[in-house]
Design a protein around this ligand. Structure first.
Ligand SMILES: Cc1cc2nc3c(=O)[nH]c(=O)nc-3n(C[C@H](O)[C@H](O)[C@H](O)COP(=O)(O)OP(=O)(O)OC[C@H]3O[C@@H](n4cnc5c(N)ncnc54)[C@H](O)[C@@H]3O)c2cc1C
Length: 608
């Protein structure tokens, strides 16, 4: 029999979003547990390097409305404008609050929070780049995670570490909690809660080259999706332009913020061609596509599929001088502000960025889409904004949607803090008056059967083989550039892989304690589900917008496509229905509330 635990609220995931939600729910008086498959400070938020954006205006004039504008424009006008405004306005408070909690931000000489430039962030509605990214060296995410974890401990939040949540429990149209497996024992646990909050992060492991940690397998999104909740805007997946060649390890955009330059195999600064105005600091989708085109035209370094990122002081100073800027950098400065980056390059690529350029290629990085929510982190179940009682989501797993078709750098950390906090407050309010939804009989039954099936499967294919195949296909057919026929093939490929996953799997470890073999096999099932939804959503959207770039529909089509994509599974038979139908709904229009007041927010052709 599984052990049953009861809390007002359980938060699934202990990254920035989960910890912020836990902190605010507990501050509001709720009895809160955080359930996390990783030890909290190992969450991917800790890998975020560059910074968190907020219009503090510490170094030059800045305003939240300019931040909202950049967010909407960077998102290629698919961002819900009400959500982008909340993001930009709440960011200012939220960052100052982190400072008050003890987060050691870098300082200006006057003692204010220091800020640096980042791609796509400008002042006065796109006029010129602005210093908006607050940073603690290039360890900003690490510091956020440590600060929030300490605050949660202080506030008596209960932690269940190394517990994998594998299902949500739905009853009477509401969420009654979640089912989890304890890694150390293999035992099932039932978490019975008034509010269940998903903050499980992204799923970069769908692709071959990715900046995402091994654990980012989309479990939370898949678990919710399998119970009939739609996934929103899944065709929009961001490739970050500067992944370390061959490995995908992320090199922060802060490098270009500090003056780093992209150079092709001929030593040319090619971004001048693609974004004459903002050059190397154009938004990520634009830079990733430019690199792809350079490589396709034979301008990769040594004829290979990578280009160079150069932060050597001699290079940076040359371009600063040419731009008429007075600022200069030296080795000591670069070594201080990009300490983590230098370390990563030396360790993983054997390249010292102070003396040689870094080899880079685009790497799968961030999910703009996910579990649909409103601006208070309440999950919605359809294009008409119907709220699912007791179910919440925030952070990368959620789609608010404040990032639209493409997220700006630093805006994910803002999203975690802003919507984690709003969600936490909403939960605290909700649990005060809500009752527990009764648990159905044996809520672990279906998942237990699935784990039994995986453990006892006698097929020929190991999960790692299927995973590699999925990652290769998604990279080739549903990556930086897309095209109709390839996307259709990709959908069929994913369905075939899922069929093999059901019928021909083979796992080696038959034990129950610390059986990561079986858990990884289960995680692969999540990745396959999300890969298929991504391909289906991408095939359906016949335009190019933000991170979704189609060779057969090169233009953005504002007449037909200022709408969100909702994909729902027609069956909530979680594991046994081999081929559930995916239903697409594109009736939800993008929120244009800022454009109604100010024409600056109307969709415009992008120029750089
Ligand atoms: C290398 C890198 C650098 C980045 N740099 C920046 C940056 O400078 N600025 C910026 O704004 N953004 C950056 N990002 C993006 C940003 O860091 C992430 O989008 C964000 O941290 C996600 O936070 P989260 O709280 O949603 O999830 P995560 O921090 O990924 O945490 C997910 C949590 O969910 C838990 N979990 C997952 N599945 C389960 C399960 N089945 N059961 C229980 N628990 C589960 C995990 O244990 C973990 O605690 C970067 C991302 C990467 C990969």
């Amino acid at each position: 029999m599984p052990t049953t635990h009861q809390f007002d609220a359980i938060i699934v995931g202990a990254g920035g979003a989960g910890l912020m939600a836990a902190l605010y729910a507990s501050k509001g008086g709720a009895k809160v547990a955080v359930v996390s498959k990783l030890y909290p400070t190992r969450s991917h938020t800790g890998a975020a390097l560059g910074g968190i954006g907020a219009a503090l205006g510490n170094l030059e004039e800045d305003k939240p409305i300019w931040h909202a504008y950049d967010t909407v424009k960077g998102g290629d006008y698919l961002a819900d404008q009400n959500a982008a405004l909340v993001l930009a306005e709440n960011a200012v408070d939220a960052v100052i609050e982190l400072e008050h909690m003890g987060l050691p931000f870098d300082r200006t000489p006057e003692g204010k929070i220091s800020q640096r430039r980042f791609g796509g962030h400008t002042s006065n509605f796109g006029e010129k780049p602005v210093r908006r990214a607050c940073h603690a060296a290039d360890r900003t995410g690490h510091m956020i995670l440590q600060t929030l974890y300490q605050q949660c401990i202080k506030n008596n939040v209960k932690f269940f570490d190394e517990f994998h949540v594998v299902d949500i429990i739905m009853n009477q149209g509401a969420c009654a909690g979640a089912v989890a497996i304890e890694l150390g024992t293999g035992d099932f646990h039932i978490f019975h809660a008034k509010a269940t909050f998903f903050a499980t992060g992204g799923w970069g492991r769908v692709w071959r080259v990715t900046s995402n940690a091994h654990t980012l397998t989309g479990d939370g999104a898949a678990a919710v999706f399998r119970r009939g909740i739609p996934m929103e805007d899944m065709e929009f997946y961001q490739f970050h332009p500067t992944g370390l060649y061959g490995l995908g390890v992320l090199l922060t955009e802060g490098i270009r913020g500090e003056g780093g330059i992209l150079l092709n195999g001929k030593g040319e600064r090619f971004m001048v061609k693609y974004a004459p105005n903002i050059k190397d600091l154009a938004s990520r989708d634009v830079v990733s596509r430019s690199i792809y085109l350079e490589v396709r035209d034979g301008n990769g370094v040594n004829g290979k599929d990578y280009v160079h990122l150069d932060i050597r002081p001699s290079t940076v100073n040359k371009y600063l001088e040419a731009a008429g800027e007075t600022r200069r950098v030296d080795e000591a400065y670069i070594a201080r502000v990009l300490a983590e980056t230098l370390d990563v390059c030396r360790t993983y690529a054997g390249v010292d960025p102070l003396t040689e350029p870094m080899p880079i290629q685009p790497t799968a990085h961030y999910a703009m889409g996910g579990i649909p929510t409103n601006i208070d982190a309440e999950v919605i179940s359809d294009a008409r904004d119907t709220v699912v009682r007791g179910l919440y989501a925030a952070g990368e797993v959620a789609c608010v949607s404040c990032h639209g078709a493409n997220r700006l750098g630093t805006n994910s950390l803002v999203d975690l803090i802003v919507f984690g906090r709003r969600g936490g407050m909403k939960v605290a309010d909700y649990v005060k008056h809500a009752d527990f939804v009764p648990l159905p009989a044996n809520p672990e039954k279906e998942t237990e059967a699935e784990f039994k099936r995986i453990r006892n499967s006698k097929g020929k294919t190991r999960p790692v083989e299927l995973r590699k195949e999925m990652q290769r296909i998604m990279m080739d057919k549903c990556g930086v550039f897309r095209e109709g026929k390839m996307l259709d093939e990709c959908v069929t490929d994913m369905q075939n892989l899922r069929e093999r996953y059901r019928k021909d799997l083979h796992v080696d470890d038959l034990g129950s304690k610390y059986n990561t073999d079986v858990l990884e096999a289960w995680e692969l099932g999540c990745l396959l589900d999300l890969a298929e939804v991504t391909a289906v959503s991408a095939a359906n959207r016949t335009e190019s917008r933000g991170a979704h770039s189609r060779e057969d529909f090169k233009e953005r089509d504002d007449n037909n496509w200022l709408v969100h994509t909702f994909v729902t599974r027609d069956s909530t038979d979680v594991y046994t229905d081999g081929n559930p139908k995916l239903v697409i709904d594109t009736t939800k229009k993008v929120d244009m509330s800022l454009a109604e007041k100010d024409p600056a927010f109307m969709p415009k052709v992008r120029s750089y």
